[in-house]
Design a protein. Structure first.
Length: 96
């Protein structure tokens, strides 16, 4: 992979209050929660299209829209994914 990409938008998500939450629930519950969130984000990213999940670390999700998946509307797609992420996290938080 090249170290530089043109025509791309980057997106990063961290869960607010994750550290406090991690001390309030069991490790198994925490893993299930993160898995539910990241799986749903992955599904949203597939629908948005042109998304490369760069990495997940702890509660951090990093993605690039465009770049290795060229598209002229990468910024709009990144915003769409960001809004989808908000919906995903709100939906998961309502279930817990």
């Amino acid at each position: 992979c090249p170290e530089e990409y043109a025509d791309c938008s980057l997106l990063q998500m961290d869960i607010s209050g994750f550290t406090a939450l991690s001390s309030d629930i069991s490790a198994a519950e925490l893993v299930d929660l993160i898995n539910a969130i990241f799986t749903s984000i992955d599904e949203a990213a597939a629908l948005v299209g042109c998304v490369w999940k760069v990495e997940t670390v702890g509660d951090c999700y990093k993605a690039m829209v465009g770049g290795i998946f060229p598209c002229d509307d990468h910024a709009h797609r990144a915003v769409a994914l960001g809004l989808a992420i908000i919906d995903v996290v709100e939906g998961v938080s309502r279930r817990t």
